[in-house]
Design a protein around this ligand. Structure first.
Ligand code: EPU
Length: 349
């Protein structure tokens, strides 16, 4: 039984090494497994832990742990997947926050429900997906989002948030912001509902997928084929966290003004960039880091992945501090050469 009438199971002095995809060492003073909304309410009512600061942990694929965690760690283990509603214009599907994201994507395809195939193989859980508005190969979670259920970590109240309330941006949402109006550390996502538009239309605009269409001669791939292509592309250039600790892209792709972009292109004509609708440019951070000579380099036991400079890896036994030191050195050299400040994607704790 995941829960009891007395409340969720609370474990003491728990190693978090297996709970973060970087494989960094850190210990949680207390860890509570949350399998249902009611578990949060029972924990809040606990005389000892109820009022302590809390840290919500999903699949641990977007954190860099640099120290032991004094907050009470809430490990989201809400399960379940279901088709909620079939409408003419869309099918609504739902999954528990603790479900593995990739398994959920595969499940939707098994149900004959395409729409998430471009987001295959992204590490992490369903509950973490809206936090950083995961995106890949031309599709962002926000474009498929219907609503989510969350529990307020102060009042214990269950609430439902629509897309507007989530304030999605590029790898950003209300759940990443503290302060007034932000929800960072203030709520725990229990269920996410996604809208799969009908009729289904493939998204093939991303360069790597266009290349596949060309190479295979399959001009109108079905969703399963796109799923397989995305898995192959990712496996070829991104390390599998089960083998090499990492948190996916370590930096966001920076957005610069049209003027700054022209300036950089003037100096480095090969810089990979995408013009945005408002005239600004998004630059490929991986290219900038690569251009500074970082690919394959290491600082201590933290390194830059050989096949994709945007991904920092644990070469074995690295500490969070080593990862942060490497990240700072990269930021400094990119700033020195291009005048651009790279912003980390994962949350540093
Ligand atoms: N590039 C280099 N050298 C490198 C890495 C990249 O020259 O070492 C160049 C590539 O040749 C390419 C460009 O930079 O022309 C962009 O690289 P890529 O297509 O691999 O995509 P990305 O911008 O590095 C983003 C997301 C990924 C997502 C892919 C596919 C961010 C921060 N990253 O990566 O997301 O899977 O696009 O859509 O937006 C993640 O967030 O964890 C993640 C993996």
């Amino acid at each position: 039984m995941p829960t009891s009438a007395a409340g969720p199971t609370v474990e003491r002095n728990v190693s978090l090494r297996a709970y973060n995809t970087f494989g960094l060492p850190a210990t949680a003073r207390a860890l509570a497994r949350i399998a249902a909304d009611a578990d949060v309410r029972r924990l809040l009512a606990d005389p000892e832990l109820g009022r302590e600061p809390k840290l919500v942990l999903g699949g641990g694929s977007n954190v860099v742990l640099t120290r032991d965690v004094q907050q009470v760690v809430l490990k989201v283990e809400v399960r379940g997947r279901r088709v909620v509603e079939r409408r003419d214009d869309a099918v609504i599907v739902e999954a528990g926050g603790g479900e593995n994201w990739h398994d959920f994507v595969a499940w939707t395809l098994d149900q004959g429900l395409p729409g998430l195939e471009n987001l295959a193989l992204i590490p992490g859980t369903v509950g973490a997906a809206p936090v950083q508005n995961i995106g890949a190969y031309g599709v962002e979670l926000a474009e498929r989002f219907e609503a989510l259920d969350a529990v307020d970590l102060v009042t214990g109240r269950s609430v439902t948030l629509d897309a507007a309330a989530c304030r999605f941006g590029y790898r950003d949402s209300v759940f990443k912001h503290g302060g007034f109006g932000g929800l960072a550390g203030k709520s725990l996502i229990t269920r996410v509902r996604l809208r799969l538009p009908q009729p289904w239309r493939p998204v093939l605009g991303y360069l790597d997928l266009e290349r596949r269409v060309h190479e295979t001669g399959i001009a109108a791939p079905d969703a399963r084929t796109i799923f397989d292509w995305v898995c192959e592309i990712r496996r070829a250039k991104l390390p599998d966290p089960a083998e090499i600790g990492n948190a996916g892209s370590f930096f966001k792709n920076p957005v610069v003004s049209a003027e700054q972009c022209r300036d950089i292109i003037g100096r480095d004509p090969h810089v990979v960039h995408y013009v945005l609708p408002d005239g600004r440019c998004k630059l490929a951070a991986g290219w900038l880091i690569d251009a500074c000579g970082w690919k394959g380099k290491s600082v201590g036991r933290a390194g830059v992945y050989e096949r994709q400079a945007l991904v920092l890896v644990n070469r074995g036994g690295a500490s969070g501090a080593e990862v942060v030191t490497l990240a700072r050195a990269i930021q400094e050299s990119v700033y020195g050469r291009f005048g651009i400040r790279l912003e980390p994607e994962p949350v540093v704790i």
